[in-house]
Design a protein around this ligand. Sequence first.
Ligand code: BEZ
Length: 238
Amino acid sequence: MCTPIPGMTTTTSTTSTATAHNTPPNTPRPMPRIGDKAPDFTANTTHGELRFRDFQGDKWTLLFSHPADFTPVCSTELCELAKRSKEFESRNFKLLGVSVDSIHSHLAWVENLAQILDTRLPYPLVADTDKKVSELYGMIHPGESSTVTVRTLFFVDPKNTIRAIIYYPLNVGRNVDEILRVADALQTADTNAVACPVNWKKGDKVIVPPPKTEKEVAARKALTNVDRLDFYLVKKSL
Ligand code: BEZ
């Protein structure tokens, strides 16, 4: 379930290329938040029609939006994601882009990027002309632009839960190292039941989650081979 945010709702309608599943028509829709199930949809993409849930399969997915095709910052971002797509693949992540441009625009831009930046996008782009996906995910922030999507990133885990969301404005390109760092941190935290401290990167020490009971405090005191800064702040190597 999505959590309603006061003043921040999106709407759904029946007639569209992309179809939101399990949502009654014309109902106000809350913005998805961390911990919500990722809303499902069917959409027209540069790789053909796809249903988000089927596209995901049992993998992590990075669902991201860009403001517009044939724009400079977006061109650099989407090509960098393409160049580093193997790094996402090795982390079991699939990539799926979204903008409100048409499929014809997407196809022409993909060809143009291959020519001018020598980069072919290996991932699909959703042609969200009716804004169905954008609205479903709250990708349009009217204070920034009422017509195009801002630069959003949704990290969706294999159980279809949204695990992290990052928004950037139109005039600031994203940092792919940071996106990969978040992917690593989420997966490391899951696998080892730990948390990742400030500026953490793969290989750094992690945080042992703070104790919640006196018994856990006692167990914490018995831990060896850890950096114990206080009872609640303990780091360890993996
Ligand atoms: C860009 O990608 O360069 C861009 C897109 C929309 C607004 C401003 C810049």
